[in-house]
Design a protein around this ligand. Structure first.
Ligand code: SAH
Length: 260
């Protein structure tokens, strides 16, 4: 895999089969979920305490994976939302991120990460390569970067792909690879994945995701179920079968094809 420098955007062509080189968010550096330069923000120095309260709430809501809670406690969510929304960054609510899209509420991000972590993990307790469909503002990619060896995150809207790159640059997460393209086709060059997580819901799980999933891996995605409502779906790939479990109702933005 060749990493491209920021400024030379990776792009999945509209034509089938074209796959880009993933682009690293920043040069390899120490992994930290705290951004290096401190931008002036409404939350200032208190954000750690506010995040700790958010983590307590997540735990009281049933999130129990210690690594997930630690990741949620360390990624500065307020750096991913517009300055006017900074004071709501740690509330359990989804927030607009532009172009009609939303950042999922912390509880949903943590729940999905925890479900992903239920799959096969490496000796270090982390997941291997993970594919995220729907980078949005990049927040969930930052959380996943602390739970997985590599994160490939794909976004179909150029404006958000660029925003995520800007948001993530200061975090210097060398294992996050941002891709611009249609995530319905997955990203074959990073496959097989230990986990695939979608932040947008379609009518079905695309076959490409199933094909690109490693044995023992998990797909967590919102999907329209029989009743016409959206629910979180867990797919587990084992040598014997593909096991599908329909979980709780959710409200995600639609999974769309093509790029814009
Ligand atoms: N994980 C994101 C949530 C973003 S909302 C965050 O932390 O901010 C879901 C995103 O999925 C939107 O940005 C939307 O543009 C994107 N999306 C929808 N269909 C897609 C597709 N086929 N491929 C890639 N991204 C898609």
């Amino acid at each position: 895999m060749t990493a491209r420098r920021p400024g030379f955007p990776a792009q999945l062509g509209p034509s089938a089969g074209a796959v880009p080189a993933a682009r690293k968010v920043a040069a390899p550096a120490g992994r930290s979920a705290a951004a290096a330069p401190v931008r002036p923000q409404g939350l200032g120095l208190d954000s750690g305490a506010v995040r700790a309260r958010m983590v307590q709430k997540l735990a009281s809501q049933g999130v129990s994976d210690a690594q997930v809670l630690a990741a949620m406690g360390s990624v500065e969510r307020h750096r991913f939302v517009d300055s006017a929304l900074v004071n709501q960054a740690y509330e359990d609510t989804s927030l607009p991120i532009g172009l009609g899209q939303t950042i999922s509420k912390p509880n949903v991000v943590a729940r999905m990460a925890e479900l992903l972590m239920g799959g096969a993990r490496g000796q270090d307790g982390k997941l291997g390569r993970v594919l995220e469909i729907g980078t949005g503002c990049g927040y969930q990619a930052a959380v996943l970067s602390l739970l997985a060896s590599e994160v490939y995150s794909i976004e179909r809207l150029r404006g958000l792909h660029d925003k995520a790159r800007d948001n993530l640059r200061a975090f210097r997460l060398a294992n996050v690879h941002l891709l611009f393209g249609d995530g319905m086709a997955g990203y074959a060059r990073g496959a097989p994945y230990a986990g695939i997580i979608a932040a947008a819901g379609g009518e079905a799980i695309p076959q490409a995701w199933v094909d690109q999933l490693a044995m023992g891996g998990r797909i967590i995605a919102p999907m329209v179920t029989a009743g016409g409502h959206q629910a979180l779906v867990l797919l587990e790939k084992t040598p014997a079968k593909l096991k599908q479990t329909v979980l709780e109702a959710v409200h995600f933005v639609p999974l769309k094809s093509g790029i814009a």
